[in-house]
Design a protein around this ligand. Structure first.
Ligand SMILES: C[S@@+](CC[C@H](N)C(=O)[O-])C[C@H]1O[C@@H](n2cnc3c(N)ncnc32)[C@H](O)[C@@H]1O
Length: 235
C-alpha cells in the first residue's frame, strides 16, 4: 500500500494551516488542551506510562505526546502534517521534554516497526482519515502482543451532529467551521468491530462530555458524542 494512501490531503491541510497556534491554549486547539489531563489520567490509570515505549499516531503539535513523555514514557509521534510536526519539534525546546517525531502514516510505520511499542495511542484522529479500519489494523500491528491501544473519536447520531458540529462549530465557536465531517464520525460498535477484526480485545469504553455552562469536560458513561476506547492486543 502507498504509505500515504489512507489520508485525505484536505484534512491534513486543515491542521497544517492552524499549526502555528497549536500550543496556544486559547486557540482552536483549546479543546485538546482542556481534555489532555483527562485522557492522560485515563491512559495512565490503565497502563502506567512511566518506562513504557509509546507511539502516538496522528500526534499533531504534540499535546498528548508531551504529556505522556512528562509522565516518564519514551514517546514516538507520527503525523502527516509537516507543519504540525515542525511546531511539535520546536515546542520540545520550550518544554525540555524528549519526543521522537516522524512524518509518516500509521500503515507505513507498521511495515517498518511491527510490534515495537508497549502502548499505541490514536486520539481524535480516526474521524479525519478515509479508511479508519486500515489505521486500526496498523495500530494493532505496531503494538507488542499484550500491549494496549487507545482510541478516541466522535460517535455518529443526531445528538453528536447537534453537539459536535452545530454546538461546537456554530454556536459556541469552540472549533473552526468545517473541522469535522459528520459522515466520518464512527459509532462505538463500528470501532469495536474494526478493533476485533484487527486482533484487539476491548477493555473499556468511556464517554467524554462538555458542559457548556461550567465550560468543562468530564469522563463518564455518556458515549453519545465523544468517546474513548481502550483495547489490548491478544498475547
Ligand atoms: C484533531 S488532531 C489530533 C492531534 C492529537 N492526536 C491530539 O489528540 O492532541 C488530528 C491529527 O491527525 C492528523 N492526521 C490526519 N490524517 C492523518 C493520517 N492519515 N495519518 C497521520 N496523521 C493524520 C492531522 O494532521 C492532525 O495532526
Amino acid at each position: 500500500m502507498n504509505a500515504h494512501a489512507n489520508s485525505d490531503p484536505a484534512e491534513v491541510r486543515k491542521f497544517s494551516d492552524l499549526a502555528h497556534r497549536w500550543w496556544d491554549p486559547t486557540s482552536e486547539f483549546r479543546p485538546l488542551h482542556e481534555i489532555n489531563p483527562l485522557r492522560l489520567d485515563w491512559i495512565d490509570g490503565q497502563t502506567p506510562l512511566a518506562g513504557k515505549t509509546v507511539l502516538d499516531v496522528g500526534c499533531g503539535g504534540g499535546i498528548l505526546s508531551e504529556g505522556m513523555a512528562a509522565r516518564g514514557a519514551s514517546v514516538t509521534g507520527i503525523d502527516l502534517s509537516e507543519k504540525a510536526l515542525g511546531v511539535a519539534r520546536l515546542h520540545l525546546f520550550e518544554s525540555g521534554l524528549k519526543v521522537d517525531y516522524h512524518l509518516t502514516s500509521a500503515e507505513a510505520f507498521a511495515a517498518e516497526r511491527p510490534a515495537q511499542f508497549d502502548v499505541v495511542t490514536c486520539m481524535e484522529m480516526l474521524e479525519h482519515v478515509p479508511d479508519p479500519a486500515s489505521t486500526v489494523v496498523a495500530c494493532a500491528r505496531l503494538v507488542k502482543p499484550g500491549g494496549m491501544v487507545f482510541f478516541s473519536t466522535l460517535n455518529r447520531n443526531p445528538k453528536s451532529y447537534l453537539f459536535a458540529i452545530i454546538g461546537a462549530e456554530y454556536v459556541l465557536n469552540l472549533l473552526p467551521r468545517g473541522t469535522h465531517d459528520y459522515a466520518k464520525f464512527i459509532k462505538p460498535s463500528e470501532l469495536a468491530r474494526h478493533t476485533r477484526e484487527a486482533g484487539l480485545e476491548t477493555r473499556t469504553l468511556t464517554g467524554m462530555s462538555y458542559n457548556p455552562f461550567s465550560k468543562t469536560y468530564s469522563l463518564g458513561r455518556d458515549t453519545d458524542v465523544n468517546y474513548l476506547l481502550s483495547t489490548a492486543r491478544l498475547a
